[in-house]
Write a protein of this length. Structure first.
Lengths: 84, 410
């Protein structure tokens, strides 16, 4: 009797899958990139502990660039999920 | 009892409270909308005041008041608020000068510092409890009207036009279908609430063409696709007879609540504000570049006939990357802030009793807000420095030296 409340649509809604895939795949690259960057920074720090502030500043800047790419993917995911 | 026993007891109590809270104090998922919601429409006839704009005004007021208070009775040896503000400004100036050099640093400092302080005050003020929670509740009808206006376009929309039957959203048909009942004679909203075992219904928007009915209880939702259903004559799906699989209609005059439109929403979660900041920053970068190098010398970076065809393509790529910087600036800031806001909303609605767990995204938001402000300002400074240096020096030398000696102030 309560089956009248079931949502009967013809087409499968693929939008949540699209949104999820967008950020899931889009975060792989930047994740690896940031890991490599921090690895390089750690090694540089080990070789030359005196340059800590210079390394830290450049590291943060580089991480922001790499993270921006992940944010692009997140924005597309958000647009798919909330606007489309 | 021993420490370990105490710890286990606390953990057990926390788990029990969480489970009980999830069972009895549950609430539906928050309504998250990408575009900023208008608080006041049609001011002066054309202007929609959005809640992110009000938050931006709040950030401006905070900054102006802070500046006024800090410079009121200025002493040579500063104390109190003047001391604090001088320390922050001094630190920022040292960072700017270490990247850009003394002379250029002073030239760029006003813009860079303004961007930094504006963004950081806006981001941190959004952590106040007032943001996102205090607002007015729109009834479902008002909300549907807004959605329809958004589709038709609000340049020429008037109330009369929104009620015309040839709207793509079938708004008129929905309005008629509101009063329908199931074939059994039951009001649909009653059926939805009975199935969930609740006596209260919350209506949220599911997007442009659907509405969610959420009975308060076990976090159930029913999503209704609006534009597939409404045939005003037969109360049925178009070209299909009424069956037990018919669609659900809703009654906004029932004991239901509409959508909460908060009065304040973090300034950088709306695309408009980061975009405005990025436009200002990029415009000033070009202005300083032209001012320092002369128009033709600066333009030869982008339209480069001297280096042959390769140089020409490089110039095109340079100009594309300049435009792409606009997008990357605004989206970096927008994405970080919006994702943080969605995260905090989700936490709030996920664990009604274990509110202590909110500390984690709160601290994250504080840190991310600071870092994003710094990144925006530092990148503006970087691009200004690159634009200002002349072609003779070459890119590697001037910039490398600045970067190597720089950042030492940190």
């Amino acid at each position: 009797m309560l089956s009248i409340l079931a949502q009967a649509t013809e087409a499968i809604d693929l939008r949540p899958i699209g949104a999820g895939l967008s950020i899931a795949v889009g975060a792989i690259g930047p994740g690896l990139g940031i890991g490599l960057m921090v690895a390089g920074a750690m090694e540089a720090l080990g070789r030359n502990p005196e340059a800590e502030s210079a390394i830290r500043a450049n590291l943060i800047l580089g991480i922001a660039f790499a993270e921006a790419v992940a944010i692009y993917a997140l924005i597309i995911g958000i647009i798919i999920a909330f606007v489309l | 009892m021993s420490r370990k026993q105490k710890f286990l007891l606390i953990a057990l109590v926390a788990i029990i409270l969480t489970v009980l809270g999830r069972l009895f104090l549950n609430s539906p998922m928050a309504h998250i909308q990408f575009a900023a919601e208008s608080v006041a429409k049609g001011v002066f006839g054309f202007w929609d005041i959005t809640n992110s704009l009000i938050a931006a005004w709040l950030a401006m007021v905070i900054l102006i008041v802070l500046a006024f208070l800090a410079t009121r009775k200025m002493r040579l040896v500063p104390t109190g608020l003047q001391n604090f503000v001088e320390a922050v400004v001094g630190w920022l100036l040292s960072v700017v000068e270490s990247i850009a050099g003394k002379e250029n640093g002073r030239k760029f400092f006003p813009l860079v510092a303004t961007i930094f302080f504006f963004i950081i005050v806006a981001n941190w003020s959004a952590l106040l409890p007032v943001f996102g929670t205090v607002g007015k509740v729109e009834s479902a009808e008002e909300f549907m009207e807004h959605q329809t206006e958004a589709v038709v376009g609000d340049l020429n929309t008037s109330r009369e036009k929104a009620h015309q039957p040839e709207l793509p959203h079938d708004y008129h048909a929905i309005e008629e279908a509101i009063h329908a009942k199931t074939p059994d004679g039951v009001a649909i909203r009653d059926a939805v609430m009975r199935e969930a075992g609740s006596d209260r219904l919350v209506i949220f928007s599911g997007g442009e063409d659907s509405i969610k009915l959420i009975p308060i209880g076990f976090l159930k939702q029913k999503e209704i696709r609006v534009n597939e259903v409404w045939d005003a004559e037969r109360w049925a799906v178009k070209d299909k007879p009424v069956t037990n699989d018919g669609k659900v209609v809703f009654d906004p005059h029932a004991n239901s609540v509409g959508v909460l439109v908060p009065f304040l929403r973090s300034m950088n979660t709306d695309l408009m504000n980061p975009l405005a900041l990025a436009i200002v920053a990029m415009f000033m970068v070009q202005y300083w570049g032209i001012r320092a190098n002369g128009f033709f010398s600066y333009a030869s970076r982008f339209i480069n006939f001297k280096g042959g065809p390769v140089g020409f393509v490089v110039g095109i790529l340079e100009s594309i990357s300049e435009v792409a910087r606009l997008i990357s600036f605004s989206f970096r800031l927008l994405g970080n802030m919006f994702a943080g806001e969605v995260l905090m909303f989700s936490f709030v609605f996920l664990l009604p009793v274990m509110a202590g767990i909110l500390v984690m995204p709160f601290i994250l938001e504080t840190f991310v807000g600071f870092i994003q402000a710094l990144i925006f300002a530092a990148l503006t400074l970087l691009f200004s420095t690159l634009a200002v240096e002349s072609h003779d020096e070459g890119h590697g030398e001037g910039h490398g030296e600045a970067a190597a000696t720089g950042h030492a102030a940190r």
